[in-house]
Design a protein around this ligand. Structure first.
Ligand SMILES: Nc1ncnc2c1ncn2[C@@H]1O[C@H](COP(=O)(O)OP(=O)(O)OP(=O)(O)O)[C@@H](O)[C@H]1O
Length: 579
């Protein structure tokens, strides 16, 4: 099975998704925009009033006029502060709501992912998208977007005010614009890929570190320390290189911005000075224009700084949106199975092209039959179980349920009919009831207790809080055997017509395992059970036994037939029995 990263959405999709996210709360967005415009408009008054004060002083005026002008300037500054504060507050609330909608959609997309896709992609990829990518987008939605918007509004208003003040001085403000545009375009063209590469390198690093930490014991025992350190070093090196690349892009952008501030001020002072000497503009106008230009520093800096964050946010958003681009595992054909006959016809499967682990498996499992699959380790039993449960599709051949290809059934329909239970029994944080309701949301307490009893779990009846007992960290920690019983009880509640038990009871002690399997079989009378088993008593109790060796079924028959046939099963049975 080769590792395939989850897709990344392209620019057009990201633009569309951004618009969808923003326009999902139009009223709030309009309020935020209006408040920012009001704040930017109020900010224009200060320099203009200072210019007027200078002109008044030059032409000779009373102190009371100056006092009135100064008081007016103060009033506008306070108004600007109040509007900005209100705009930021509304902007943050808007951003948080947008982020909440994004998280909900992301969760839906993740839950819709085919299991095989998640396994192929590796959990690190999904974890990075769910954690750091969502946080980065949150940062953009909460801070970057509102700040960039405020910056743009301020720039447009200030440029407008400069032109109104004096068109020639207005032109001075634009002197750096072409160079600034070029540098910003140069940066933006490269930034997305650079940030995507940084995100991907971080994912690889996170996966590698997690694998080393999780497998620490194995690393110690097999003395793989040096190898792991070298591997981790390489990943850290790769992540470092991608960071250096984004740093290089920033190191070109930021100094260019600094120059872009200074040039227009110098030009305004020079040209404004010459105009003043020629009596074409007043001293107050030159002063006001210079102050406006200094005022531009803040929005330009903010826009550039936050555009950088927005780039990182856009790359992260592309990765989040990419999860929704994964095609459904099985485009439903709409065909309805007739009956529950499970037919496996010449099925091949390879994790790596050219290395078939299933090499032409053919088998028919009748409804209600109990089939045990036995065989040596690596024979392909679990792989066949995954294919039967629709987690992976055969590379060749067909698996049909009631005459319809398993790959043509939609995921919900397939899960309703076939369920795989393995040794992984996840207990979700929540009550015992929550954990059982996952399989049957409508089940009442009586049904839940019946399901638990069916799999031999009597301990829930003794719990003081009963089904309301909290499980998981901070609550009751079920042991391996109890977790397995919960998983089996979930299956009883889900009630699919075919159950595939892949070593499902292996963690229980032999007596408990036998009890659980017996109880399960009793509850599921008339249903199909395919048990992939290491313990041969499972085979002994089954209607038929299929022996798998090297990717094919080599023997098929009842326990008695195979035990008498003197083949692989007979020798397995003899050695298991110590005979
Ligand atoms: N995810 C995977 N990627 C690559 N190869 C795999 C993967 N899972 C299993 N294999 C290989 O496929 C072959 C069949 O494995 P499978 O687990 O289906 O056998 P099994 O009969 O169930 O063995 P066991 O009884 O030990 O679980 C083995 O050679 C195994 O190494």
């Amino acid at each position: 099975m080769t590792s395939t990263r989850l897709p990344v959405a392209d620019r057009r999709d990201v633009r569309r998704a951004t618009w969808r996210l923003l326009s999902g709360d139009r009223r709030a967005l309009t309020t935020v925009l209006a408040l920012y415009c009001a704040a930017a408009a109020a900010g224009l008054a200060g320099p203009w009033i200072v210019g007027r004060i200078i002109d008044q002083v030059e032409s000779g005026t009373t102190t009371s006029t100056i006092d009135v002008l100064a008081a007016t300037a103060c009033a506008f500054v306070i108004t600007q502060v109040l509007f900005t504060r209100a705009a930021r507050y509304a902007g943050h609330r808007f951003g948080e709501r947008a982020l909440a909608r994004l998280r909900e959609r992301f969760l839906d997309d993740v839950l819709d992912l085919p299991v095989a896709t998640v396994e192929h992609a590796g959990t690190g990829d999904l974890m990075t998208r769910a954690s750091s990518d969502v946080a980065t987008v949150g940062n953009s939605a909460r801070d970057a977007l509102p700040e960039i918007f405020l910056g743009f509004v301020q720039m447009v208003f200030i440029a407008g005010a400069l032109f109104v003040l004096d068109p020639i001085l207005g032109l001075c403000a634009l002197i750096s614009l072409p160079a600034l545009t070029l540098v910003t375009r140069w940066y933006l063209r490269r930034a997305r890929d650079a940030y995507l590469a940084e995100g991907a390198a971080n994912t690889e690093l996170a996966e590698d570190l997690a694998a080393t930490a999780e497998g620490a014991r194995t690393v110690e025992i097999l003395r793989m320390r040096a190898g792991r350190i070298t591997g981790n070093d390489e990943r850290i090196g790769a992540a470092f290189a991608t960071r250096v690349r984004t740093l290089w892009l920033r190191s070109v952008l930021f100094p260019s911005i600094d120059i872009a501030h200074t040039l227009p001020v110098a030009a305004t002072l020079l040209i404004g000075g010459a105009l003043y000497l020629n009596d074409q503009v007043s001293l107050g106008t030159v002063a006001a224009a210079t102050l406006y230009l200094w005022q531009l520093v803040e929005p330009i800096n903010a826009v550039v700084m936050w555009i950088e964050a927005l780039q990182a946010g856009s790359a992260a958003f592309a990765r989040i949106e990419g999860v929704g681009k994964v095609p459904p595992a099985t485009p439903p054909s709409g065909r309805v199975p007739h009956g529950d006959l499970l037919d496996i016809d010449d099925v091949h499967y390879a994790y790596h092209a050219g290395h078939d682990v299933l090499r032409g498996v053919s088998l028919s499992v009748r409804p209600g039959e109990r089939l045990a699959i036995v065989g040596p380790s690596g024979a392909g039993k679990s792989t066949l179980g995954r294919l039967l449960a629709g987690i992976d599709a055969p590379s060749a051949g067909r698996i049909t349920i009631g005459g319809v290809d398993a790959t043509d059934l939609d995921a919900t329909e397939l899960r309703r009919r076939v369920a795989l239970v393995t040794q992984d029994h996840h207990i979700f944080l929540g009550t015992l009831r929550d954990n059982l309701a996952l399989a049957a949301p409508d089940a009442d307490d009586a049904r839940m207790f019946t399901a638990l009893e069916a799999v031999g779990a009597t301990w829930p009846a003794d719990l003081p809080a009963g089904l309301d007992t909290m499980l998981g960290s901070g609550g009751m920690q079920p042991d391996a055997s109890q977790s397995q019983q919960l998983a089996l009880a979930r299956l009883v509640l889900a009630d699919p017509h075919t159950l595939i038990l892949d070593e499902a009871t292996s963690m229980l002690d032999p007596r408990a395992a036998r009890d659980a399997e017996r109880s399960l079989a009793a509850v599921l009378e008339g249903r199909t059970v395919i048990a992939i088993a290491h313990r041969l008593h499972t085979a002994h109790d089954a209607d038929r036994v299929a022996v798998m060796e090297n990717g094919v079924v080599t023997e098929l028959g009842s326990h008695d037939e195979l035990a008498a046939a003197g083949g692989t099963y007979a020798s397995l049975w003899r050695s298991w029995h110590g005979g």
